[in-house]
Design a binder for this molecule. Sequence first.
Ligand code: SF4
Length: 327
Amino acid sequence: MMRNNWTKEEIREIYDRPLLDLMYEAATVHRDNNNYSEVQVSSLISIKTGGCSEDCSYCPQAARYNTDVNVQALMKVDEVIDAAVKAKTAGASRLCMGAAWREVRDNRDFDRVLEMVKAVNEMEMEVCCTLGMLTYEQAEKLKEAGLYAYNHNVDTSEENYKSIITTRTYDDRLQTLHNVRKAKLTVCSGGIIGLGETVEDRIGMLHTLSTLPQHPESVPINALVPVKGTPLEDQPRVSVWDMVRMIATARIIMPKTVVRLSAGRLEMSMSEQALCFMAGANSIFAGDKLLTTPNPSFNEDMQMFDILGLRPRKAFKDKEQMHAETV
Ligand code: SF4
C-alpha cells in the first residue's frame, strides 16, 4: 500500500531493524512492487561545469571553493547529441543533463537547454535535467520540449540543511519540487549521506521525501565523495551498511519509487553493490562521469548485470507504473 503519512518514528523503527531483517523486508517489498531484475541505467553529463554561485559544502563546482574543477561553459547542442548517442548505444535509457546553476534564467542558455531536451527526447531516451531552482513557467517550457524528469535533491533533513547550504532554503527546494510536479514532470529527488549528519537527519530526509503529496518517481541515494578544497573534504567515508540501510528504508516506505544508487558507487565492490540491489536499489548512474566524480564504465556494469542476473530497464517504464495512488 502506498502511504504518504509516514511518521519519523515509524521510519526510524524501520531503519533500526536488524540489518538482515531490514534487507529481507526491503527485498520482499521490492519483489512485490517492481520487476526486481530490471535496473534503470542513467547516464549523467555535465552540460555546464563549475563556477556556481551557491555554497553547497559538498560540491566542487561552487566558485568559492578552490578545487580542481575546470569551469566549462554551456555545451553545444551537437556535443550533447553525440554524448546521448554514445550513452544509448551503451545501454542507457535515461540521459540526465546537469548544469551548475543556482537557478534557471530566461535567457539564451535556457533556450539552448530546451533545444538539447528536444533533441535527446527525439532519440527516445528519457531526458532528465538538473539545473537548479525553477519556476512553474520554466518547468512547463521544459515539459513542452520533451523533458521527462527533473532532478532537485533535498540533500538532507530540513534541520541540517543550513549547516550544508546557506545560499538558499529548504523551502526554496520544496517550492521547485512543487513547480516540477505541477508541470506534470516526474520528480527525481534524494540526498547525500556522509555530510556529518545524524541518523535523525537521514530519517528527516526520508520523511520529507515520503510525505510529499506524491512520492518522487526517483530517489537518488548518494554517498559523499569528499573532494579536496570543499568544506567537507575531510569527512570520513560512509560504510556500505549505512547505504544499505538508507536504500532498504527508502524501498520500504516508497515501494514503487526508483531508488538510485548514485555518487559513491565507484568506491563499492560488486558484492557491495549486489547488497544494495538486494535491498531495493533499481537504478544506477553509469558512464564517463557522474558530474565531477568518476564512475565505473558501462562495460563493467554490464558484466556485473550478467553475473547478478540483472538487465537494463527500457525507457519510459515510469509511465506504466508510477503515479501510484497515495493514501
Ligand atoms: S550542488 Fe549545484 S547548486 Fe550547489 S554548488 Fe554545486 S552546482 Fe551549485
